[in-house]
Design a protein around this ligand. Structure first.
Ligand SMILES: *[C@@H]1O[C@H](CO)[C@@H](O)[C@H](O)[C@H]1NC(C)=O
Ligand SMILES: *[C@@H]1O[C@H](CO)[C@@H](O)[C@H](O)[C@H]1NC(C)=O
Length: 243
């Protein structure tokens, strides 16, 4: 009962600390997502680049990240009847285009395993997964990563290699560590000051008795001393035995 408050303080501290260790990337804009530690990805610059494309067999896939545009194939076919889309597949053999998705249908998040960010685009039966690879020494490059069409599924995999795909340092500010330290001292301060005021007013405590859980805190130095003495004795006993 006496150390309940102490326990809650430490439990709160641990919970906060553990929460920050997940690494979801929270999408802030079509091409921006932010990690819990403040690092972020920003591929918005790709909106101004030329339409990306890659061909495999009869299939050509056109991709315009971050914004929808009117996509026209080399042979002059308009994708999705001229509607603005972000990703489009053209089959040279059938002369048909398929809208694979728009920006609204695009989610930016981390790959499973949290290794790199991806765009995941769901449109009707189609699922397109675009792995974003950071590469500072090249122009932006778009590649079909799985056979098209893949047997029995409508899930396509692509690679987007780009200098825009790199993780960006957060602007200087408070780090997670310093926020936790400030929080810790705030909680500890509230615990002692709040406790002292409460005990003073409710129980009319005076002197050391105003300290919340003062039994525990006044015994703590003794417990620490006992611990040190115990450890020290233990090791000495150990070396005696060896001699
Ligand atoms: C993201 O990049 C674009 C273009 O490079 C830039 O205009 C924009 O300010 C950036 N946004 C953030 C939040 O860094
Ligand atoms: C469609 O995209 C083109 C650029 O390709 C743009 O000029 C036009 O405003 C867009 N239309 C709509 C309805 O968003």
């Amino acid at each position: 009962m006496c150390s309940n408050a102490t326990f809650i303080v430490f439990a709160l501290f641990l919970t906060l600390f553990c929460d920050t260790t997940s690494s979801e990337c929270t999408q802030m804009a079509p091409c921006i997502c932010t990690l819990p530690d403040g690092h972020y990805y920003n591929l918005t610059g790709l909106a101004n680049e030329l339409l990306l494309n890659d061909t495999q067999g009869d299939y050509t896939v056109y991709f315009h990240p971050c914004t929808n545009v009117q996509i026209m194939t080399e042979s002059g076919e308009k994708c999705d009847n001229g509607n603005n889309v972000s990703i489009c597949m053209f089959n040279k053999y059938t002369n048909l285009t398929s809208n694979l998705g728009t920006i609204k249908e695009t989610k930016m998040k981390m790959s499973s395993g949290n290794k790199f960010p991806i765009f995941e685009i769901h449109h009707d039966k189609f699922i397109s997964v675009i792995n974003i690879v950071c590469f500072t020494d090249s122009k932006t490059n778009f590649k079909i990563d799985s056979g098209i069409p893949p047997s029995g599924s409508y899930e396509y995999h692509f690679l987007l290699v780009s200098p825009y795909g790199c993780k960006i340092e957060p602007l200087k500010g408070l780090s997670v560590g310093s926020i936790l330290v400030i929080l810790f001292f705030t909680v500890v301060g509230t615990y002692f000051i709040g406790g002292i005021i409460t005990l003073r007013i409710l129980r009319g405590a005076t002197g050391w008795e105003m300290l919340p859980n003062h039994d525990f805190w006044s015994k703590l130095p003794l417990l620490v001393r006992d611990g040190i003495v115990f450890t020290f004795n233990c090791c000495r006993a150990d070396s005696y035995e060896r001699i």
